[in-house]
Design a protein around this ligand. Sequence first.
Ligand code: ADP
Ligand code: MG
Length: 398
Amino acid sequence: MNAMEKEHRETAPGFRQRLGSALVLPLTQRLARLFSADAAAPAEDAAVAAGSIDALPAVFLAAAVPDPLYIFGPDAEILHANEAADRAFGPVARGASLRLKFRAPEMHELVGKAVAGNEASVAINYSERVPVERAYRVVASRIGNETGLFVLLFKDQSEARRIDRMRADFIANASHELRTPLASIAGFIETLRGPARDDPVARENFLQIMHNQTQRMARLIDDLLSLSRLEMKPYLKPGGQIDVVRLVEGVIEATRHLAGEYGVVIESTLPDAPIPIAGNPDELTQVFENLLENACKYGGAGGRIQVSAEQKNPLEEVRVTVRDFGPGIAEEHIPRITERFYRVDVETSRAQKGTGLGLSIVKHILTRHDARLSVRSKPGEGAAFTVHFPPVPPAARG
Ligand SMILES: Nc1ncnc2c1ncn2[C@@H]1O[C@H](COP(=O)(O)OP(=O)(O)O)[C@@H](O)[C@H]1O
Ligand SMILES: [Mg+2]
């Protein structure tokens, strides 16, 4: 036995006693007691005060762990629960059985294995359905070699699972969106090789359809790349100041042609004076292009689009609104239209060369700008999309 081990053995019972007496008190009192002069041998207190790691009380360590943690003995009796554990699973009486607290068979097996002590630590996945669904990775480990104490630590993985699920859904959606035009192209290739081989009129027709489908795939890939580029730098704050009035005017000019195709007139109420905002001009151009295009495509039936920009005073937010007078959006769809691939009507969106990604790109870009999108609509009366930008304080204006 080396010197370290020897010392460990000698201090273990004392440590348990101290831990035991400290455990019955509420945390604040426990901490006070452990710090107070009469808590333990004066030499040990001095060591704690000096930050000596050897005398660090387990409850201090447990309190510093942000994840739920239990310290238990060889009979699976709970000796200590940290505050995170009380919050996550409710308070427990000291000495209560872990096996009663967590009745799942896999937890019993885990605790059993830890106590049997063949491995220093064992882990399982554990989930709770009530009150909310939570998924944990739970690790049970022996504390030291001879303490007769064990620790049960819960790592909350719910958020990571949710993100995994979202990613899987996204990949499934993206693949499906690409597969549809691909299947159509493959079908027409077969037809061109077989029945339509000697039919020049049909061939021209099919080639045109195939061309449209490849363009649809290209648009989808462009949008997917835009999204992934934005996701790679979600917090990069766009530097520089721009005049949002000029930017919006530029987008209106660029959209007039499309508006003409839809028989839509764009009216604008923009102030003469510039309104500075902090932002990246290319990204913000993409935002307003998307909103104006949507207004033409989905709200074109109303015959006109109104674009306005205002800032009540230099300390208030800047609002830019794109309003159409088309069919509008039913209330239940409004919270979802910025989701990826969400479309109120898939066929209409396809017919309008939509990918279902436009508004999610808009939302991403605005988040990066500390800005947000709000949508108001009454079915039958059109839809208004407003972008809210934080003000640039007068002192910071360049
Ligand atoms: N101005 C609007 N009026 C009615 N519906 C709209 C309008 N703008 C967007 N939408 C609905 O929101 C959906 C999502 O828009 P978007 O993300 O730009 O995708 P896309 O235009 O590619 O379909 C559209 O498919 C459409 O159903
Ligand atoms: Mg769109």
